[in-house]
Design a protein around this ligand. Structure first.
Ligand SMILES: [Fe+2]
Ligand SMILES: [Fe+2]
Length: 365
């Protein structure tokens, strides 16, 4: 019998070597890696300090000219688990972009969809298709899939914003297309800030209005309107896991911000400490105002205004406002619309320890 086993083992080994040479693999050999009971990811929870990112971005402003080919002066937040992949999560990319006075980021379009959350500086504009949009701190501006766009700094100070794109997702689908606009600038045939004039103040729209983006997405959201909404909801209950959280919706459909990404602004009121949960969407956060912590799988990430951090898919997390007197505001983007579209949206509440995790360490970068 022992001889038979040795023969069989040798035969199997040669069988597998032969399979491999023919680019074939047996599921029975890899099933435990492929069909995991829960999601696994190489994406790491991570935080980028504003002072470091800002220093590098301003150095790029001094050293790197803005020109065709390079297209944009954007410093990407690379997840340590995705080095070489130019990505912050499996599906999302984020970067800090700088445009200096007098500069033009040339017009182009691409299939990855982009969002911009304005961090600081005045006097810059983004043109999407034929509409020029002025950019102010706290505004959210969208450039949906395959819309022409350019950025221009017509002011006297540096302007910085957070870019968020679905590049890793679109690349994994091998669907990236890119095209430069043949002229130096886009023709402006729509009134400046028309989207704000049309949708800025109430649940109405101009009769006969047609969205500039083919997918019907909104182009811009002004910070003062979002701030007013948060303020008016301050004393309402809010959500268990996210404090008072708002989603930027598409006013044409009532649906998510974009087909592949959803953007949120959440307010953690003084001393607010949310309940922990986990979900399949991954999230990139940008701390807009205030100070606080996010505890991810027991590790505490302390953040202040300007810091960015990542919550990977299916990791326990909860948020804490560290101040007893100031609000903390978190802007974020997530890939929830993709999860939802494919029936993959799952969420679970943390039930142990009163719904909040025990802190086992502090992230020190
Ligand atoms: Fe672009
Ligand atoms: Fe969450």
């Amino acid at each position: 019998m022992a001889f038979q086993n040795v023969d069989r083992a040798a035969e199997l080994e040669s069988f597998y070597t032969n399979m491999d040479a023919q680019n074939l693999e047996g599921l029975w050999r890899v099933a435990h890696d492929v069909l995991t009971p829960e999601p696994t990811t190489v994406v790491q929870p991570y935080l980028w300090r504003w002072e470091n990112v800002a220093r590098v971005t301003h150095e790029a402003g001094r050293l790197v000219p803005l020109e065709r080919g390079g297209e944009r002066r954007a410093v990407a937040l690379v997840n340590p688990g995705l080095r070489g992949k130019f990505a912050a999560t499996d599906t999302l990319y984020a970067a800090i972009q700088l445009i200096r006075p007098g500069e033009l980021a040339p017009p182009h379009r691409h299939t990855p969809t982009a969002i911009r959350f304005i961090i600081q500086g005045e006097g810059a504009t983004t043109t999407v298709e034929s509409e020029k949009i002025t950019m102010n701190e706290g505004d959210l501006i969208l450039t949906p899939n395959w819309t022409w766009h350019e950025h221009r700094n017509e002011g006297t100070e540096d302007v910085l914003w957070l870019d968020g794109l679905d590049i890793p997702l679109i690349r994994s689908l091998s669907s990236i297309f890119f095209e430069s606009f043949p002229e130096d600038s886009l023709p402006l045939t729509t009134a400046t800030d028309y989207s704000t004039k049309a949708f800025g103040s109430a649940a109405v729209k101009p009769v006969g209005y047609k969205p500039a983006a083919k997918d019907g997405s909104m182009l811009m959201y002004r910070w003062p309107g979002v701030q007013r909404t948060l303020e008016s909801l301050r004393n309402e209950v809010g959500t268990a896991h996210d404090g008072m959280a708002l989603e930027y919706i598409n006013p044409h459909t009532g649906g998510h911000t974009l087909p592949t990404m959803s953007c949120w602004m959440q307010m953690l009121r003084p001393d607010e400490h949310t309940q922990a949960h986990r979900h399949t969407p991954s999230v990139i956060y940008y701390a807009f105002k205030g100070n606080g912590s996010t505890i991810i799988d027991g590790l505490r990430f302390d953040w202040g205004a300007g810091d960015s951090f990542v919550v990977p898919p299916w990791r326990w997390h909860e948020h804490v406002n560290a101040s007893a007197s100031e609000d903390a505001l978190l802007f974020s983007m997530n890939d929830g619309p993709v999860m939802e579209a494919f029936g993959l949206l799952r969420e679970e509440s943390y039930s142990e320890n009163g719904g909040q995790q025990r802190v086992t360490g502090v992230f020190d970068g």
